[in-house]
Design a binder for this molecule. Structure first.
Ligand code: UDP
Length: 450
């Protein structure tokens, strides 16, 4: 039974992040947003990839022992890791929530990342309302629904002959753009996709997206897949007060380097938090950058080049001859980089956060997706919003042509102009009276009504 409390004590929200940077960033930003609306925030997180409590002294943090072994973690098998977390966390989470309720304020609502679905059972047991938080694009959700249907019809893996065909009713996606997971066997990911799509007892869905770029996908989801209200209140980083939520140390040495470059000249390269590449691919990237003759800022995450700690496997001639035209860092303050006037393009893997951050700064993109939702986002960037170019192959000639086109050619100027327009549209949505703010007001009203 829940305690009877006065309304001031009912303002605490429990947020449950999925332990990956691309999920932690937006849920902590959501915490900041809701805190600015008067709620207190408790983060219940796994020990694995735990967020840094010192970066958020005004939130309460409680670790949930998720019981992942070293071999679970080093397997890199995301479906296995997330399923194990869900299997292991329920009891400890319930215990923590009960402690919270006896020691601190009542929890008004649990907001859980769609992959942390063990939270729903606990919310139901304790009679606490809950809300799902989705961190991928709405288009990705529809892409995953299509994959489940195609799987049920025995059509996965796809025949090569259909890969370039359009998926019916999912323009602009081709079969090859559907968000297949990193591991080649789709079969093993099906239960996780099904589990993450279930609404269970949740009262609503918060989505890190914005009406002006995904309205038709959101309408389709409301019509076909979702009996509860959806609140698209993103991009979270535009609405949240600024704060560093990075799991990796951000090197700021690249900012003085950017200050010395000319307007719109630099190509910023980052493949996000999870993509790894081989030695051959890294050589193509390096020579493509070198041959383009444009200055570049390249984030190479330690360990992201297979078989090397950092940049040992970059071609020797590149290291000697071209390095001075570029800046290579282990991790960058990405939002600050994208906002810098010297940055003329973003060569990206098209993770959803990176895509949103690029759109919000009006930076045109070179889309280089590797797996999962990245191919959906890349296709929307290049063919729906038309604020980027698609890089089909990691091949030096193609890379050089894409960079030249984006930074120097007339086609690149048109793309840049559209990127600036889209930035303005998103700014209207996130500003006073915009759609994201209105949905946020509705969300706060809903939570207050619990
Ligand atoms: N990021 C960053 N510095 C870097 C590279 C990435 O701060 O050098 C941040 C980026 O701003 C984004 C997140 O890491 O918020 C990556 O999330 P995304 O969804 O784009 O990619 P994923 O995590 O799926 O690889």
């Amino acid at each position: 039974m829940r305690k009877q409390t006065d309304s001031a004590r009912k303002q605490r929200l429990a947020l449950v992040p999925c332990p990956y940077q691309g999920h932690i960033n937006p849920i902590l930003q959501l915490g900041k947003i809701l805190q600015s609306r008067g709620f207190s925030i408790t983060i219940l997180h796994t020990i694995y990839n735990s967020p840094n409590p010192q970066a958020h002294p005004d939130f309460s943090f409680f670790p949930i022992p998720e019981g992942l072994s070293k071999s679970d973690i080093s397997s890199g098998d995301l479906a296995h890791i997330v399923t194990t977390i869900n299997d292991n966390c329920k009891v400890s989470f319930q215990h923590l929530m009960e402690q919270q309720e006896s020691q601190e304020d009542d929890i008004a609502c649990i907001i859980w990342d769609e992959y942390m679905y063990f939270s729903d059972a606990v919310a139901t047991n304790l009679n606490i309302p809950s809300i799902i938080f989705r961190t991928s694009s709405a288009a990705t959700f529809l892409g995953r629904c299509a994959l489940l249907q195609l799987h049920a019809r025995g059509l996965i893996p796809f025949q090569d002959s259909i890969l370039h065909e359009m998926v019916p009713e999912l323009y602009p996606l081709r079969y090859k753009d559907l968000p297949l997971p990193i591991c080649s066997e789709f079969e093993s990911s099906v239960p996780l996709i099904v589990d993450s799509h279930k609404i269970r007892n949740a009262s609503a869905i918060i989505w890190n997206t914005v009406d002006c770029i995904e309205q038709s996908c959101l309408m389709q989801i409301k019509k076909e897949h979702c009996p509860v209200p959806i609140f698209p209140i993103g991009p979270m980083h535009m609405i949240a007060p600024p704060n560093s939520v990075s799991l990796l140390k951000e090197g700021t040495s690249c900012i003085p380097w950017l200050d010395k470059q000319s307007l719109n000249s630099v190509i910023y390269v980052s493949l996000g938090t999870m993509v790894s590449i081989g030695e051959k691919e890294v050589a193509e990237m390096a020579w493509g950058l070198a041959n383009s003759k444009q200055p570049f800022l390249w984030v190479i995450r330690p360990g992201s080049i297979c078989g090397s700690d950092w940049i040992e496997k970059l071609p020797q001639g590149f290291k000697v001859g071209v390095r001075e035209r570029g800046c290579i860092v282990k991790w960058a303050p990405q939002k600050e980089v994208l906002a810098h006037k010297a940055v003329g393009g973003f060569w990206s893997h098209c993770g959803w956060n990176s895509t949103l951050e690029s759109i919000c700064e009006g930076v045109p993109m070179i889309c280089n997706p590797h797996f999962g939702d990245q191919s959906v986002n890349a296709r929307y960037v290049s063919h729906e919003w038309r604020v980027g170019l698609e890089l089909e192959n990691l091949e030096r000639g193609e890379i050089e042509r894409a960079i030249t086109k984006l930074i120097l050619d007339d086609e690149g100027k048109d793309i840049r102009a559209r990127a600036k327009d889209l930035k303005e549209k998103v700014k209207l949505c996130t500003g006073e009276g915009g759609s994201s703010q209105s949905h946020l007001n509705e969300l706060v009203d809903l939570i207050m009504s619990f």
